[in-house]
Ligand binder design. Sequence first.
Ligand SMILES: [Zn+2]
Length: 97
Amino acid sequence: MAFNGGKAYHGTEDVTGGKLCGRTGKTDYFFFLCPKCDGKQVMRPLEYEFREAAATIREEMKRPNQYFNLALHLYCPTCQFEDFIKIDNNHQAGMLD
Ligand SMILES: [Zn+2]
């Protein structure tokens, strides 16, 4: 099945601007924490979409072998909140504002 049923998807104001946080747990797995729930409620990725992306040449010592964009549809089983986020390796790797 197509990601998000083939419909358009963008993260909302609930997750942009630094409002979605995450961290590793006891192991090296990374978890997204629900921005609507208090505490450390983990969200479940319901589905993902992986795309190869065009390279952006940057002045860094090392470069990725493959550029990608990974979209995740996140869901909180406690409050039913759902949203979308993306992870890529093509953005500037500087300080976040
Ligand atoms: Zn929640």
